[in-house]
Design a protein around this ligand. Sequence first.
Ligand SMILES: Nc1nc2c([nH]c(=O)n2[C@@H]2O[C@H](COP(=O)(O)OP(=O)(O)OP(=O)(O)O)[C@@H](O)[C@H]2O)c(=O)[nH]1
Length: 133
Amino acid sequence: MTKVVLVSAVALIDVDGRVLLAQRPEGKSLAGMWEFPGGKVEPGESPEVALIRELKEELGIDTWSSCLAPLTFASHAYDDFHLLMPLFACRRWDGVPHGKEGQKLAWARVSEFSKYPMPPADVPLIPILRDWL
Ligand SMILES: Nc1nc2c([nH]c(=O)n2[C@@H]2O[C@H](COP(=O)(O)OP(=O)(O)OP(=O)(O)O)[C@@H](O)[C@H]2O)c(=O)[nH]1
């Protein structure tokens, strides 16, 4: 039976309309792929709370539930689990994002996303983000 894994992710959007992508480090699944910041929702967490925690842990920034607008979601069958991933949009945070776990970051226009290979689950999200921005 497939396990559904809930992962919360965000398109952080800067004043120029660029979106932050983070590269998955070596040694992890999908290493080298560029993804939206976020991570697994732990038991007892809402997607928003999980995202706020992950943004602090991974990027060293603070944001708030009121700044997280639901945008779309990914639903993708990986070999070993089914990913369900709400994608929020966020334009307000405190601090300057930096890769606290050594991951590379890139601010990219959606029109440049083809330069940044993304996990298969993320591919259908790109035109939605492009039309929305
Ligand atoms: N944060 C994030 N995760 C994504 C995206 N697209 C996508 O398929 N994922 C998958 O969602 C899961 C996120 O888990 P995670 O980031 O909290 O945990 P992890 O690095 O330890 O993953 P792992 O257990 O697969 O190694 C990973 O399997 C990752 O490949 C995305 O755009 N952002």
